[in-house]
Structures are given as structure tokens and as C-alpha cells.
Design a protein around this ligand. Structure first.
Ligand code: CAA
Length: 379
């Protein structure tokens, strides 16, 4: 087993660490305060080839591997979980399924748009009554001869009000349960597509989360993604990959918070010495470091299996479950270490704590990850 990163992966780490320090960290607090989508940063990430990193060069991407993809999210999340989320949804939930399940024509049309074309992508599965029970969506598609007509709505869609390309899951045959769900590529310019409510959230304020609505939405015949009735399987396989992204996001948030804690406890003096010299602080920081290391190994393991074309459903769920819970525990303890200062906006740690919470919820709650893990244990 080789635990060393490749030269390319190390270069991606260096490039993203520098980019994050220079372009992301300085505006992270303002992005959070104003709830502004960090458009300029995302444009620069397109220029850098990070948006659609895993897309092969022939379709406009960089052909980056899955571990490099995780490193990108991890580095961004150290400073700004919102930016990491926008990239994770674009790469893992939109580019990936089009690459994996698209026809050659769909790949040639959409992947260059999602890379060189600077168009942001999104994934639309969740509905008001279909969250964890993802197969119970009511959005419906009927075949109208020379086009499809879609009706329904989706909620909590990351990139919802900035994306131009959506991978959408809808019922093509309600009588067939999960076998009646089909995936489609929908463009925001399709007639009958609109953006509904913009969500106001606890954290992740820079990530544009919205409802999207399909009202007699006209979708051309060549937009079915994969075969009819295969949508649920496509959604689940896509989420397997997406969960590596959220694992990397949780990992990055925990690492970022730990670094803040190290810096603070070394400079903050109480009772005549830096608080980093107290054993209670040291043991707490040691546990945080241990969790980051374990989370990193789980995340990169899942990514390596994905890259090798092996099944990674359980490993992605374990990585996501572990790092998201570690991010929540770490950020909560770091706020505590900062005392009163931790509760103010003078330091980034209260934002990190608010941002960490969503990693335990989206792309499958911690409870869903436990369902997935136990379902893959041969019980
Ligand atoms: N890969 C391939 N196929 C899979 C699969 C996987 N990982 N998981 C399940 N399937 C297949 C099963 O093999 C089964 O196929 P057959 O019928 O042919 O046997 C079929 O799918 C149904 O499987 P289950 O009976 O296990 O399905 P279920 O209805 O019990 O659901 C679940 C299982 C794990 C709870 C699933 O519903 C789930 O993951 N829920 C959470 C959904 C989720 O993560 N939502 C997040 C949305 S995206 C988001 O939050 C971010 C954003 O930007 C909007």
C-alpha cells in the first residue's frame, strides 16, 4: 500500500493551498457576512482548471484523478466551506454523472461548457417530501413525442441560482418505484425552468442554495442521461462520488479549525503561560490531529478506490460520516478553546462551526451513511 501522494497530487495541493491563502481566505468572512456568491473566485477556479478538474482533456478538463479532486475541496474548505461546496457540487454531482453516464454527444456538448465554458453545474434530487427517502420524488416527466415535458420542483439545490446545467431526477413511470426514475440534463434556459426560493441558511452563506421549479418545462429528446428507469442507480452512484467531496470538505473544515486553534493557543496567555502549554489543551489538540489524520486516510482511500474503478460505496459513506462528525466536534471544541472570542465574528471559528453542521446533513445525513455502511456489511 502506497501512502505517498503522486507528484501531480502534491502539485495540486501546493497550487490550491496558495490559491486559498491568496484568493479565498481574505474574503471568506465577508462572503459569509454578505451571503454573496463568490463569483470572481469561481471564475478564477475555472481559469485554473479546477472546475471540472476530473473531466478528461478531450472534453476541456484536466483529467485530474479522484484524490487530486478531494485535495482541491480539502484545501478550499480550510478557509471557506462555501467555495469548497460550490466546486464539490459542480465537479462531483454534475460533471461526474455526465462523464460517466452521458452519450458521446452529451459529453461533447456539456463537458466543455462545464469547464472551458465557465458554466456552473448542479444536481437536483431532493424534494420537499423526498429527502433521505430519495426515491419518493414527485417530479414527473412525460414523453410528448418530439420532446419531454417536466413538472415539479426540487429543493436545497447547491448552485441552484447560478447553475446553467442541471442533472435532474424525475419519474417517468410512477408505478415502477425506483425503477421508474430517470435522469435528465436540464438547462436553465429551457422553457418552463425557473428558480424559486433562495434559502437563508445557518452557514455556508456563500453557497447559492435554491429551489428550482419545472412548469411544463420543455426538454429536448436528446437530454435523457443514461437509460430510462436507471435514474435512481445513477443518483446513488453519483452520490457515492459526491460523498468523497463532502468528506474532503469536512476534513478541510476540521484542519482549518485545528490550525486556528494551534495559532491561538500558542499566543493566548492565561494563568501566566500560553494556553497551548496546558495538558488539557494539548490532549484536545492531539485528538483533533488524530481525527484529521484518520479522516484523511478514509477520504483518500475512498478516492483511490473510485479512481481504480472499484466499488467504493461503503468507503465513501465511512469517510463522509467520520470527517463530518469530526468537523463538527472539532469546530465546537475550538470555539470553546477561544472562549468569549470564539463566539464573536472577530475570529473565523464560529463560521467554521456553522459551516461544519451541514456536512452532517447534505448528500445523505449521518444516519443515511450508517444505513449505507450497514447495508454493505453482509448483515
Ligand atoms: N450504487 C448503485 N446502486 C445502488 C446504490 C449505489 N450506491 N445504492 C442503492 N442502489 C440500488 C440498489 O441496488 C437497488 O437496486 P435494485 O432495486 O436493482 O436491487 C436500488 O438502488 C434501491 O436501493 P435501496 O433499496 O437500498 O434504496 P432505498 O430506497 O432503501 O434508499 C438510501 C437507500 C441509502 C437511504 C438512499 O435513499 C439515500 O442515499 N438517501 C439519501 C439521499 C441523499 O443523499 N440526498 C442528498 C441529495 S444531494 C444534496 O444534498 C446536495 C445538493 O446539492 C442538493
Amino acid at each position: 500500500m502506497d501512502f505517498n501522494l503522486s507528484r501531480e497530487q502534491l502539485l495540486v495541493r501546493k497550487m490550491m493551498a496558495e490559491f486559498t491563502e491568496k484568493e479565498v481566505k481574505p474574503i471568506a468572512a465577508e462572503t459569509d457576512r454578505t451571503c454573496q456568491y463568490p463569483k470572481e473566485t469561481i471564475e478564477k477556479l475555472f481559469d485554473l482548471g479546477v472546475m471540472g478538474l476530473g473531466v478528461p482533456k478531450e472534453y476541456g478538463g484536466q483529467g485530474g484523478d479522484a484524490i487530486a479532486g478531494a485535495i482541491v475541496i480539502e484545501e478550499l474548505a480550510k478557509a471557506c466551506a462555501s467555495t469548497a461546496d460550490i466546486v464539490a457540487a459542480h465537479n462531483g454531482l454534475c460533471c461526474d454523472p455526465i462523464l460517466k453516464f452521458g452519450t458521446e454527444e452529451q459529453k461533447q456538448k456539456y463537458l466543455p461548457m462545464l469547464t472551458r465554458g465557465h458554466k456552473v453545474g448542479a444536481f437536483a434530487l431532493t424534494e420537499p417530501n423526498a429527502g433521505s427517502d430519495a426515491s419518493k420524488g414527485q417530479t414527473e416527466v412525460v414523453d410528448a413525442g418530439d420532446h419531454y415535458v417536466m413538472n415539479g420542483s426540487k429543493i436545497f439545490i447547491t448552485n441552484g441560482y447560478v447553475a446553467e446545467v442541471f442533472v435532474v431526477f424525475a419519474m417517468t413511470d410512477k408505478s415502477k418505484g425506483t425503477k421508474g426514475i430517470t435522469a435528465f440534463i436540464v438547462e436553465s434556459s429551457d422553457p418552463g425552468f425557473s428558480v424559486g426560493k433562495h434559502e437563508e441558511k445557518m452557514g455556508l452563506h456563500g453557497a447559492p442554495t435554491a429551489e428550482i421549479v419545472f412548469q411544463d418545462c420543455i426538454i429536448p429528446k436528446d437530454r435523457m442521461l443514461g437509460k430510462e428507469g436507471k435514474g435512481f442507480s445513477i443518483a446513488m452512484q453519483t452520490l457515492d462520488g459526491g460523498r468523497i467531496g463532502i468528506a474532503a470538505q469536512g476534513l478541510g473544515i476540521a484542519e482549518g479549525a485545528l490550525q486556528e486553534a494551534i495559532n491561538y493557543t500558542k499566543s493566548r496567555e492565561q494563568f501566566g503561560r500560553p494556553i497551548s502549554k496546558f495538558q488539557n489543551t494539548q490532549f484536545t489538540l492531539a485528538d483533533m490531529e488524530l481525527g484529521c489524520e484518520a479522516g484523511r486516510l478514509l477520504t483518500y482511500q475512498a478516492a483511490a478506490l473510485k479512481q481504480a474503478g472499484q466499488r467504493f460505496t461503503k468507503e465513501a459513506a465511512m469517510a463522509k460520516l467520520f470527517t463530518s462528525e469530526h468537523a463538527m466536534k472539532t469546530t465546537t471544541k475550538v470555539v470553546q478553546m477561544f472562549g468569549g472570542y470564539g463566539y464573536t465574528k472577530d475570529y473565523p471559528v464560529e463560521r467554521m462551526m456553522r459551516d461544519a453542521k451541514i456536512t452532517e446533513i447534505y448528500e445523505g445525513t449521518s444516519e443515511v451513511q450508517r444505513i449505507v455502511i450497514s447495508a454493505n456489511m453482509g448483515l
